[in-house]
Design a protein around this ligand. Structure first.
Ligand SMILES: [Zn+2]
Ligand SMILES: [Zn+2]
Length: 266
């Protein structure tokens, strides 16, 4: 399983997953032109996509879902609320799933959607399974639930949001207090500290790679997120940590391998 973050942050999120026989996107929060451009950098075209899994309806995740269904004819998978709020036709454009319903998207790839708390959205995390193992993808949640941790246990790759540094968020003069409280609250986003604590529970011998994503450009920085996580898990984690930034793709990661391949144009 190849994992390529096409870009991540409040300006848009999309991750390309390719196995031998299946290619999908998790989220399509860029314009169609951007999605096509970013995919072309890794020799991918929309016609080769088998499916797009959408986590929730917020624009930075679902912006192009409707257009992709219409213009590319690609099958969108989402829950009912996300489908409705993206104005997708639940019969012809979207395959609705229930929470914790495992579904195949190809002969060698399946997904499990896990509900996570996020304001004004029915958001899900995904665990993808292929014959080589499992990978977890988690963004936009105020706190990790026990159910989520249970399903992420045993994954050999984790892409997890590290949205903000608490000090930077609360010291940011441009953010009004209610907004700070919302981001920090149960329906907001994970802080570096929360991400580190969750990862601490998920480190095991076969966890080879972690990608920190959805970093706030206002309230976080790659070195803060990485150092907070390393401080928590550094002693027992033997894999690699990368950061997915807004402008991707920058690297490709393979399930079961520690080294990531840097992509030359970045
Ligand atoms: Zn969101
Ligand atoms: Zn988001």
């Amino acid at each position: 399983m190849e994992i390529v973050h096409l870009g991540s942050g409040s300006g848009g999120n999309s991750t390309l997953i390719r196995t031998e026989e299946t290619s999908i996107l998790i989220d399509c929060g860029f314009s169609m032109r951007q999605l096509e451009r970013r995919m072309s950098l890794v020799n991918m075209t929309p016609e080769k996509l088998d499916a797009i899994l959408v986590t929730h309806h917020h624009g930075d995740h679902g912006r192009s879902a409707k257009a992709a269904a219409k213009r590319w004819g690609v099958e969108i998978h989402a829950n009912m609320e996300t489908c409705e709020r993206l104005s997708l036709d639940p019969v012809n454009e979207c395959r609705i799933f229930e929470n914790l319903e495992r579904r195949d998207v190809g002969p060698d790839l399946s997904f499990l959607p896990i509900p996570v708390p996020h304001d004004d959205a029915d958001n899900v995390a995904y665990v993808l399974s292929s014959p080589e193992g499992r990978a977890g993808f988690v963004t936009d949640l105020g706190e990790p639930t026990e159910e989520l941790v249970k399903h992420l246990t045993g994954c050999s790759h984790l892409s997890v949001e590290a949205n903000y540094d608490t000090k930077r968020l609360f010291g940011n003069p441009r953010y009004p207090q209610p907004l700070k409280d919302r981001i920090h609250g149960r329906g907001g986003h994970l802080s570096n500290k929360q991400t580190a604590a969750m990862l601490n529970r998920l480190v095991h011998d076969k966890l080879d790679s972690i990608v920190l994503c959805h970093l706030s450009s206002d309230n976080n920085a790659p070195h803060l997120a990485e150092s907070e996580v390393l401080c928590e898990i550094g002693e027992k984690f033997e894999g690699v940590i990368h950061i997915s930034r807004q402008e991707g793709p920058e690297f490709a990661q393979w399930l079961g391998e520690r080294a990531a391949e840097p992509l030359r144009w970045s």
